[in-house]
Design a protein around this ligand. Structure first.
Ligand SMILES: [Zn+2]
Length: 256
């Protein structure tokens, strides 16, 4: 279920964080969506997706209604969520059309869904802020990671750290030469070659470079979605599921 997980407990006035990357195992979905598909708009059985999302929520010790998803657009919109006081039996607010989510609410879990795109999680343990970012090629070139960092900084963040989850690697992301050149104009480090020596883009390298340039230390998790049978890959499989990166703040002690 979890390919990667780190839990840092609160320490004095510092918030803690619980952040994860899921894999495709340990869920109820069948066929090309097997097993832990968390995407609701990919053609999978809605009941199976809901069961899988329940498992993710349970892993964070929250209710299904406490998960916050995005209606991901491949853009650079950023939305602040949390603090909604959703009661048992009520539905959470509909997912905003956005590619970045921010919260200061330890009672919600932010979720970004991917199948090759680059998932990013951010936290500021001093200010008590968390974020997720959906950064595919269009998001990288339009600067969604920087837009999210700037929004966090406007809320007071100056102690950010990031985890960049696994995505399709540069060797596996062959593109037309002009598409690589457009990406390279934004992020030179993203220009690369495929396994067969043709033009390719390393989107994650571009995102990591953008975060680093913004002064955010990055932990970049290994793995390629297209090469790993443990992850969903749109390039490899076409119709398929979505894995997730998800983050929850852990409340700090109240300051006396
Ligand atoms: Zn690869």
């Amino acid at each position: 279920m979890f390919r990667w997980r780190e839990r840092i407990e609160p320490d004095g006035t510092l918030y803690g964080v619980d952040w994860v990357v899921t894999d495709r195992w340990g869920g109820s979905s069948q066929g090309e969506f097997a097993e832990l598909n968390l995407g609701a708009h990919v053609g999978d059985d809605p009941a199976a997706v809901e069961t899988n999302r329940h498992r993710l929520a349970h892993g964070f010790d929250v209710a299904l209604r406490d998960l916050r998803f995005m209606d991901q657009q491949h853009g650079c919109g950023v939305t602040r969520v949390g603090g909604e006081q959703v009661e048992p039996g009520e539905s959470p607010p509909p997912p905003p059309s956005s590619d970045g989510l921010i919260t200061d609410d330890p009672d919600v879990v932010l979720v970004v869904l991917v199948a090759d795109c680059t998932p990013v999680m951010l936290v500021d343990r001093t200010e008590g802020l968390a974020a997720v970012v959906h950064a595919g090629r269009p998001g990288m070139t339009s600067g969604v990671a920087q837009a999210t960092v700037e929004r966090l900084q406007a809320l007071g963040a100056d102690d950010l750290q990031a985890v960049v989850g696994p995505s399709i690697c540069g060797r596996c992301y062959e593109v037309p030469a002009e598409m690589r050149d457009r990406a390279a104009a934004v992020s030179p480090v993203s220009a690369t070659l495929s396994w067969t020596g043709t033009p390719a883009i390393d989107v994650a390298a571009g995102v990591v470079d953008q975060l680093t340039a913004a002064g955010v230390p990055v932990q970049w998790l290994p793995g390629c979605s297209r090469e790993s049978e443990d992850l969903y890959s749109y390039r490899r499989d076409g119709q398929t599921g979505r894995y997730a990166a998800a983050v929850r703040l852990l409340a700090a002690e109240a300051v006396a």
